[in-house]
Design a binder for this molecule. Structure first.
Ligand code: SF4
Length: 85
């Protein structure tokens, strides 16, 4: 009996995890809709100084991730959601 319960909880946890991942993937804005560009001017309002940017710590000059915009995000990029840290 206890073994069966564990299997049920395991399956439920898997379904929850899969649906959460799908939900998160759906909530990220596309780069085009966000007005994202890889190269922004020289005013310093670039992804590297944005609160939503998550750099690749192994290679900071390479693309990182954004909490709002999907896909690889360059530290030199910019979009409509920019918010300075
Ligand atoms: S919100 Fe926009 S500006 Fe900020 S890190 Fe994401 S893509 Fe770059």
């Amino acid at each position: 009996m206890p073994k069966r319960r564990r299997v049920t909880l395991g399956l439920g946890g898997f379904v929850w995890l899969a649906s959460t991942r799908a939900l998160l993937a759906d909530t990220l804005e596309s780069p085009k809709a966000a007005g994202y560009t890889d190269q922004h001017g020289t005013d310093g309002d670039v992804c590297a100084t944005c609160q939503f940017f998550r750099p690749d710590h192994a290679a900071p000059a390479r693309a990182g991730r954004c909490q709002l915009v999907a896909g690889p995000i360059m530290p030199t990029g910019h979009c409509y959601f920019y918010a300075r840290r």
